[in-house]
Design a protein around this ligand. Sequence first.
Ligand code: C2E
Ligand code: CA
Ligand code: CA
Ligand code: CA
Length: 281
Amino acid sequence: VAKRANSGLALYDERHDDNGAERLSLMSELRQAVEHDQLMLYYQPKVDLATHTVKFVEALVRWDHPTRGYVSPDQFIPFAEQTGYIKAISHWVAEQAIRQCAAWRAEGIELAVSVNVSARELIQSSLPDTFSALLKKYGVPAEMLWIEITESAIMDDPNHAIQTLDRLHALGIRLAIDDFGTGYSSLSYLKRMPVDELKIDKSFVMGMVLHRDDETIVRSTIDLAHNMGLKVVAEGVESEFVMRRLAELRCDLAQGFHLSRPLPPSKLEDWLREWRCVNGV
Ligand code: C2E
Ligand code: CA
Ligand code: CA
Ligand code: CA
């Protein structure tokens, strides 16, 4: 069967939520995806704007569907969250990412890997044990694992979320707040949470070129992060111009298509070699 691009294809659309048959079929396809190795992890580097070194990558899941072609996580993660199947997917993601981190270390490539954790997973009290067992299994120090969570995931059930985050942090796992600035979180929660890093949402970063307001938000977030002793990452960096501006504003790390798209592991290794060669790091 010929693969087709997923542009315009709504694999899952909340407006059609009442279509039980479709949900059932998607559910079983998702189960097969995990069982039949149709999921893949791609990795996108985060570049240190002061030193140009690369010590961090974000793991992003992809679904190589046999007939629908390449399916983006935005099209199946929300569905998986609603149906509870997110648990199987995130276990797969965590194991894959930690195993990859171990494989890179064995080759002398030190890359801390971050994985995205959704609201549904965050309130599971078993999450810290799952991560801890996987880190032990592959002999990876907890400091090499980062977790990215959105503000809205935390605000779903803040007390529960903070409990889980505290336990993860106690293990040595680092925490980043994803899509910062888009949610409804209050700054008082930020103070109560064991956060290490803020990720400025790509909508503000991409808007910096055209809108003064967006640059103001970016600048304020960088200041806020630094005043709280946190690192700050800008995602969605699509041009040299934005990267330079972020460096001027003392943003710590940059991630985006201008630097590299998310890549499969071997392609990322190629990219890294070339990057180090060109930048002398
Ligand atoms: P996110 O965590 O905010 O990830 C950033 C998204 O922006 C990724 O889309 C990435 O490919 C894309 N991106 C990176 N650089 C640029 C850029 O310069 N310009 C633009 N326009 N986009 C850029 P992707 O991979 O399609 O992932 C979408 C979302 O799906 C993620 O948003 C995350 O919320 C979720 N997701 C991905 N993988 C996982 C996973 O393993 N588990 C969970 N729970 N969610 C995941
Ligand atoms: Ca993320
Ligand atoms: Ca994000
Ligand atoms: Ca997002």
